[in-house]
Write a protein that binds this ligand. Structure first.
Ligand code: C2O
Ligand code: CU
Ligand code: CU
Length: 489
């Protein structure tokens, strides 16, 4: 029996023990608006972000032990503007070493917040983060080597909205909490007392941790929100550790206006959108002709793997119900043009690199992976191009300003691949074209069969003591060694 077969067999035992467990969508509350700090009009002082232990009620009455960033659970929504430099003071009070990575930002390696910029408990990290990119929805989360999954699950994640002159004056809904909402989607497990739990067995580690309960902004779904008539904007982040989510609207197609790295050239209509962990999409919902609508999430987004079924996949859960009030909100109409974005030009590439994401690395490498501080629970190690992550090994050396093609394949399973320090364009995904809504600026691409290829250019420095990462964004896979590092100069 090889390792995979063994894990599937041991998983089968768990399936019997757990029976057809239903999703625990029991509570039903109001959408929690994440506190938003709008800095687009100017930054007067340093921006303090404090990582702290706390407790939080997810809506089931129990107090769960959590981490938060200036909050009990999760961080704030920060709204900033292109051209600003963000003077952060990141204070770590969680009782363990951590880091805070700015996922999606085009910034130099030494302020990127990756695993090399450790913040010891009780100390402060003060990067000055220059925002040069255009309007885009980004986020921040722990990136502590070997502990990213646990710390992020515990609550060390928040949203960073970059605006620019164009987006601030665009005819789009942008009144936060009225016609413009930020939604952080996650899945959780809760113990018998209703407290958030995180137990990773070898089998769970193999697929990444998947919870049986969908939460929205830290509240068990479904949640409800009253909205004015007119267009409503939803800026959505999949902050699950491992679960792919299939999003759809109850009443018809979704209108997608932006992906990870910015606006699409024009709105794209899609029956549903597949969101991997780490991805962001913005959608517009037209509430002028409807009294009610709902955002639904199919939890079997990864296509029905063995563990998806085990943990309540193949089900659709309502995440957010929208109920229209008599108030008039955003009165503009559905935009027809959003951004100038020409088709990706693969002919501009001068370098091609290939990456294979490895689930099956063998016992010798597994021991090495642990020696290199990767964390795999009881599972075997994972790797990229045959090597698990090692903090003092640089895997790739990139020349600043070169246009490159990165080709990614896997030896098993479906994986969401992420690259630091850039936005890229997807040339192909799983050997075919990406859906129209994923053809704009991205920093996530997923791959299961064949090659996924992206066109990418790096414009900032990442020296060997502060390299960028590329990795699987199933956080348990990242922690277990499915990550590599590269310099840019
Ligand atoms: Cu969102 Cu290297 O991560
Ligand atoms: Cu990142
Ligand atoms: Cu993976």
């Amino acid at each position: 029996m090889d390792r995979r077969t063994f894990l599937k067999a041991s998983g089968a035992t768990a399936l019997v023990a757990r029976g057809g467990m239903a999703w625990a969508q029991s509570a039903s509350g109001a959408l929690r608006l994440i506190p938003m700090t709008d800095l687009t009009n100017g930054i007067e002082e340093r921006i303090a972000l404090t990582l702290n232990p706390s407790t939080h009620d997810f809506g089931n009455g129990a107090q769960s032990a959590t981490f938060g960033i200036n909050n009990n659970y999760l961080g704030p929504v920060l709204k900033v503007k292109q051209g600003q430099t963000l003077p952060f003071d990141v204070v770590n009070n969680i009782g363990d070493t951590s880091t805070l990575h700015w996922h999606g930002l085009h910034i130099p390696g030494d302020v990127d917040g990756g695993p090399h910029q450790e913040i010891a408990h009780g100390s402060v990290w003060s990067p000055d983060v220059p925002i040069v990119q255009h309007a885009s929805m980004n986020w921040f989360h722990s990136h502590m080597h070997g502990k990213t999954a646990r710390q992020t699950y515990q609550g060390l994640a928040g949203v960073l909205l970059v605006e620019d002159d164009g987006s601030l004056s665009a005819d789009l809904p942008q009144t936060y909490g009225v016609d413009d909402f930020t939604l952080i989607l996650q899945d959780k497990m809760f113990d018998a007392e209703g407290r958030m739990s995180y137990n990773v067995s070898a089998a769970v580690f193999e697929d990444g941790f998947e919870g049986d309960t969908l939460i929205v902004n830290g509240t068990i779904a479904p949640v409800a929100q009253a909205v004015p008539t007119g267009l409503v904007r939803l800026r959505i982040l999949n902050a699950c550790n491992a679960r792919f989510l299939g999003l759809s609207m109850e009443t018809g197609p979704m209108t997608v206006i932006a992906s990870d790295g910015g606006f699409l050239p024009a709105p794209v209509e899609a029956e549903s959108i597949l969101m991997s962990p780490g991805e962001r999409y913005e959608v517009l919902v037209d509430m002028s002709a409807l009294e009610a609508n709902a955002l639904n999430v199919n939890l079997n987004g990864n296509g029905g793997g063995f563990f998806a079924n085990l943990f309540g996949g193949n089900q659709t859960v309502t995440a957010l119900r929208l109920a229209r009030t008599a108030q008039t909100g955003f009165t503009g109409s559905m935009p027809t043009r959003l951004a100038n974005l020409s088709p990706a030009q693969p002919s501009e590439a001068t370098v091609t690199r290939s990456f294979e994401l490895n689930m099956n690395v063998g016992a010798d490498l597994a021991a090495l992976a642990l020696a290199w501080d990767n964390f795999c629970g009881d599972a075997g190690a994972m790797a990229i191009n045959g090597l698990p992550m090692k903090m003092d090994r640089i895997d790739e050396t990139v020349r600043k300003g070169d246009t490159e093609i990165w080709r990614i394949s896997v030896d098993d399973q479906l994986h969401p691949f992420h690259i630091h320090g850039c936005s890229f364009r997807i040339l192909s995904q799983n050997g075919g074209p990406a859906p129209a809504y994923a053809q704009g600026w991205k920093d996530m691409v997923h791959v299961e069969d064949g090659w996924s290829e992206v066109l990418v250019r790096f414009d900032h420095d990442a020296p060997s003591d502060a390299p960028y990462m590329y990795h699987c964004h199933i956080l348990e896979h990242e922690d277990c060694g499915m990550m590599g590092q590269f310099t840019v100069s």
